[in-house]
Design a protein around this ligand. Structure first.
Ligand code: SAM
Ligand code: DTB
Ligand code: SF4
Length: 317
């Protein structure tokens, strides 16, 4: 268990597609084995999210309620005050979170914005929490500034497969995302990078997303797998719901393809029952967003997650 020295065998696209095609029990068995090679299967890492700057974003991501291109009823708000961020982080720590992730609805941070985030990172770090930020695309030097402030992780998602990407977002391209991920890595930050499923992509495209994530070298330390939260007013509000078992399969394939990463069961948990979440943990998910809000949409209450953990014999990592 926890042998992080074993090298990662990189799977080809064909190998990833073959995993998706396995009988369900065989896939889950394989995912559990991979999971138990390196992790305690009864421990789950808890990250709490805070939207430090909400709404009015210039990008047109088709899933996102914060885009100024859509009318999802999320108003543009000013940046949060440092004291309020500290209070939210302190409450998250008291509730048991180990990582605090600050998100901003930006294409990327302007220099003055970054100064404010740098102060927030220092304060949150001083509380003894791991820090994460997701601020959009970074320019040269910005990742280094965040690193110097004590940032541990930067979240920037690839979101989907390259051949589906243009159906979802047109204001920034796939290569922009890869460039930001490279800057984050070069600055010595840990990488948090995943995507969203349930946007109308094919199984091959879900495999394509995982192949891209698995090809990052080194692989991301954290991999959030979001199930689309269909928000009214966004272009994807009426996307066809993904079959629950197909979502569990996606988690299992991610676990096998990214054996050292924390695989986070991310957005969409409020719409899942306990049984589906239990299957996702069995498939190798070992991290969640913890706290009653994601950025603008709901997430299970702390108490409900505590009951689920008790029922499953899970404890925080
Ligand atoms: N604005 C920055 C950016 O996009 O890079 C950071 C915040 S953005 C909200 C972070 C991620 O949240 C997106 O990349 C996407 O994967 C996820 N996300 C946004 N809206 C979502 C939704 N409705 N359902 C599931 N995931 C969503
Ligand atoms: C990630 O992959 N998912 C989180 C976090 N990284 C920033 C965001 C989910 C957002 C869900 C929609 C909302 O609440 O606005
Ligand atoms: Fe803006 Fe991020 Fe939402 Fe895209 S996902 S619209 S970049 S806040």
């Amino acid at each position: 268990m926890n042998d992080m020295t074993q090298p990662v065998a990189r799977l080809s696209m064909a190998g990833i597609e073959a995993l998706f095609a396995l009988p369900f029990a065989d896939l889950l068995y394989q995912a559990q084995n991979v999971h138990r090679d390196r992790f305690d299967p009864n421990k789950i890492q808890l990250s709490t999210l805070l939207s430090i700057k909400t709404g009015g974003c210039s990008e047109n991501c088709g899933y996102c309620p914060q885009s100024a291109h859509h009318d999802a009823g999320v108003d543009k708000q000013p940046m949060m005050k440092l004291d309020d961020v500290r209070a939210a982080a302190s409450a998250a720590r008291a509730a048991g979170a180990s990582r605090f992730c600050m998100g901003a609805a930006w294409r990327g941070p302007k220099p003055r914005d970054l100064e404010s985030v740098v102060e927030m990172v220092r304060e949150v770090k001083a509380l003894g929490l791991e820090t994460c930020a997701t601020l959009g695309m970074l320019k040269d030097g910005q990742a280094e500034q965040l690193k110097a402030a004590g940032l541990d992780y930067y979240n920037h998602n690839l979101d989907t497969a390259p051949d589906f990407y243009g159906d979802v977002i047109t204001t920034r391209d796939y290569q922009d995302r890869l460039d930001t991920l490279e800057r984050v890595r070069q600055a010595g930050l840990n990488v948090c990078c995943g995507g969203i499923v349930g946007m109308g992509e094919s199984r091959t495209q879900r495999a394509g997303l995982i192949a891209q994530l698995a090809a990052l070298d080194p692989q991301p330390e954290s991999v959030p797998i979001n199930l689309l939260v269909r928000v009214e007013g966004t272009p994807l509000a009426d996307a066809e719901a993904l079959e629950p078992l197909e979502f569990v399969r996606t988690i299992a394939v991610a676990r096998i393809a990214l054996p050292k990463s924390l695989v986070r069961l991310s957005a969409g948990r409020q719409q899942m029952g306990d049984v589906m979440q239990a299957l996702c943990f069995l498939a190798g998910a070992n991290s969640i967003f913890y706290g009653d809000k994601l950025l603008t949409t709901g997430n299970p209450e702390w108490e409900r997650d505590q009951r689920l953990f008790d029922a499953l014999g899970l404890t925080p990592l």
